[in-house]
Design a protein. Sequence first.
Length: 572
Amino acid sequence: MTPRTELRATYRLQLHAGFPFVAAEAIVPYLADLGVSHLYLSPIWAARPGSTHGYDVVDHARISPELGGREGFDALADRARAHGLGIILDCVPNHMGIGYDNPWWADMLRWGEASPYAAYFDVEWDALEPSLAGKVLLPVLGDHYGRCLDDGQLVPDIEGGRMVVRYHEHTVPIHPRDTAELLETAGRNTDAAVAATLNDLASLARQIARRRERVSRQRRRADRDRADQLDLQLATARQVPTVEAALRDALATFTPTRDDHRPADRLHRLLERQAYRLSYWRLAGEEINYRRFFDVNGLAGLRMEEPGLFDAVHRLVVELTAAGVVDGLRLDHIDGLYDPRTYLTRLRRATRRGDGTAPWLFVEKILGEHEELRRDWPVDGTTGYEVMALLHGVQVDPAACRPLLALYRSLTQPSAEFHAETVRAKYLMMSTALQAELNVLAMELNRIAKRSRRTRDFGRHALREALRNVVAHFPVYRTYFSGKRSAAADLAVIDDAIARARQAAGTPEIEIYDFVRDALRGEAGGAWSAVSAHLAGRFQQYTGPVTAKAVEDTTFYRWVPLASLNEVGSEP
């Protein structure tokens, strides 16, 4: 086992197809001469094709082939070790890049809630919008769905042995049973031998249960086996030219044209049976029903609390740390996880080596004013936003504050001071980019309220407005209690936010805030409950993105007496 290199300083390398492992190898001697101790690599895992940053991981079990794959990484690690340098990896536990190139996501779109990977993603299958019952909203269209369909931009196709629908660079799968309609159509206008082959395949497809049909686990496994057989047999049959020609003719009957509306109607009926709903991208802010990384539709949140998901995501990480190839891990967006402390404890345990040592763990965490890193987190520190703020503070003369602010106000006449502007920006984010997530929280809070005769008369709109006020006045990025374990500091933060929200409330039902307070503390109904605790956990995952979008992406561009102070982690 290679001994861990002493940590002095890191040098971050942004890897991509234009700067792969072999290019990083070439500059290792130069970096060693600079005096750094570790290469800090951007995410090395297989990401969406052409990714320039690597945070849109699609397969945690593979090292990106665009960077050079496992062979290229091993060569870089050997070169670094030969020059006395260690390696720190950037891990992305909160989210994944989604699309047809993500096998977990594609499987979930194909099978819906029955997919074994459905539990990996934070999808609200019981959505408030009736048309999304049992479906995932996919806001990928550049125009309204009806126009895209009628204009022929949604194109049915066959990939291998699977029927899919393509929209420019996007591909979505068709449920295996629904392939039968295409196969039966193809078998009607061809010779007897081809028709027999296609009808046999259609019969196999018809044996698979309908998408939302209630079946046993044993039947589900059997259906997946049948689907695998269908994929293989159809792919093989397509090698016969007459079969392929019949299938292409059948696809034309599903392909919309300007002269004939019937194919559009037929394709629409097929898409309506799927576990997703294609939509105009502008609808995402209002109706999206999967948790995202902030408001990025192409990055879906992961439920890292799922044991199977944790193991699948970290298998390669554990291998590299156990072998001593990697000295430390930088954990991206730790605030996005449902329960960061439990995750970190499990990761620390999983990566501990046989000799008792463990890799360093550094979390990307923005600490608010007067906020400290959690003492019960088994980590070695943060990525350093607060340190950069302190260092810059040394360069700023506090005596310049008053004259600088006076000059700024005389020139710009700002509408509000910094904290007031932040509150306004939070309201803006919850009315636009992050509105859908607030709707999901309000729906869940409303369900809790209806469980008790004391709270069932609180309306969903009033509950949503109360939540909105609480988030707007939340003093930190998020709290961290989970289950029955809560810290006094977390409860104090919630109480403070409730008090501020109550003052700003426009509703005469002030007592609604007592109920919201109990629910966010996991105590709705007078005692801790799993239902209320789940809401509290989801709420904690929401306040961070709202704060980040409001402060870093909005207020920092609206309130700029001294622009150099407007950096992530800073308190201007």
